[in-house]
Design a protein around this ligand. Structure first.
Ligand code: ZN
Length: 371
């Protein structure tokens, strides 16, 4: 009797064990890309900048004492931690962070423009695109790394999803209208795909007015993206934030720091959500970067472009299980914005050369390709 029971008792284990192992092995890699528009490396790595904030008139600070109490500390490491505590305490140690010139690390753009559209096309196509010379709403003919990923992996449209504050991401995300799922500007989620939370966010975002038309506030972009992540678990999620650029152009340095602090809160919620989902936990790389730098003087920190020194300097963080836990990298070779697309593919276990022979390589060693 006992001898007869044992095999039957083991049977479920014998059936389940190999399939559970197989499911574990096959659990696909995922990538979440987040861009923070026009965030200077000086602020990202150094926090509150004493050069920019030397005068109230050129920095636009409303309450100096309050701002100093909130963000001023004696060292750069403490200052940046005051602005983005979750990033520096919890994310940076789990990956690599490049672009701090003070430590001899440089990340630069290869397009000659230093403004948004050329930067986003360089990020998404792995090279500077000579036909991208304005911020106009234009759909370009270059396949993006997002479209390629969907094509290569045979994914449904909602599995490669873009949430952008700026409406231009409707065009910039893909070379074809149906290339990937895009929700940008004040878009709502199509009825068949929307959850009650997404419908509510679509109503509220239209009442919360950003400084200018054409972009919604990042709080709504982030909340929509998180709702999508929980509902559809996309293989690749791209969240394109915008508040920091609008506030810098408006010469409000205090609010730029506040916006970065709020974005740090979003990164916390994003990472915590991803870690809570079995599809993402231990399989997900978070890439965080920016489209361009800005000026470095009190007069021109608000601006960026070809004629504004500092605009070409950016930064890049790659965080996740396939990346060495090095934190801030010192004295590395110069990295370019064009390397980001190949890095994204490497983190998915894909090879940039199989996509596009003219796209730049992945950042060396940023993501191991073997399981
Ligand atoms: Zn920009």
């Amino acid at each position: 009797m006992l001898a007869g029971l044992a095999p039957r008792a083991l049977l479920p284990l014998l059936i389940l064990l190999p399939s559970a192992l197989a499911a574990q092995a096959e659990r696909p890699r995922r990538v979440i890309l987040v861009t923070l528009d026009g965030v200077r490396p000086e602020d990202f790595f150094g926090g509150m900048d004493s050069v920019i904030t030397a005068t109230d008139s050129l920095s636009g600070i409303a309450n100096r004492d309050q701002l100093r109490a909130t963000y001023w500390r004696s060292t750069a490491a403490e200052r940046r931690r005051a602005v983005m505590p979750f990033f520096w305490d919890s994310l940076a140690p789990r990956g690599i962070v490049l672009g701090n010139a003070v430590r001899g690390s440089r990340v630069t753009i290869t397009n000659t423009h230093g403004f948004s559209a050329p930067g986003y096309q360089e990020i998404l196509t792995g090279q500077a695109q000579s036909d991208v010379t304005s911020n106009d709403r234009v759909r370009y003919g270059h396949e993006t790394v997002l479209e390629y990923t969907r094509r290569r992996l045979g994914l449904r449209r909602e599995q490669v999803a873009v949430f952008g504050s700026w409406e231009n991401f409707r065009e910039y995300a893909a070379s074809h209208e149906d290339g990937v799922f895009v929700n940008a500007g004040y878009d709502s989620i199509p009825g068949t795909l929307a959850t009650p939370e997404m419908r509510r966010l679509a109503v509220l975002q239209s009442r919360a007015l950003a400084l200018w038309g054409g972009s919604r506030l990042d709080a709504f972009t982030g909340a929509m993206a998180l709702a999508w992540l929980r509902r559809y678990q996309p293989r690749v999620l791209y969240v394109a934030m915008n508040d920091t650029d609008d506030l810098a152009h408006s010469r409000r340095y205090d609010r730029v720091l506040d916006a970065l602090h709020a974005l740090d809160g979003f990164l916390w919620e994003l990472w915590r959500t991803a870690e809570s989902l079995p599809e993402y936990r231990g399989r997900t790389t978070l890439i965080v970067t920016t489209d361009h730098g800005r000026g470095i003087t009190p007069a021109d920190w608000t601006d960026h472009g070809e004629d504004v020194p500092g605009s070409a300097n950016i930064w890049l963080a790659v965080i996740g299980p396939y990346t060495p836990d090095r934190g801030e990298v010192a004295g590395a070779e110069e990295i370019h914005q064009a390397n980001i697309a190949g890095t994204l593919l490497a983190c998915l276990g894909l090879e940039v050369r199989q996509w596009n022979s003219t796209a730049a390589n992945a950042v060396p060693g940023a993501c191991i390709s073997a399981r």
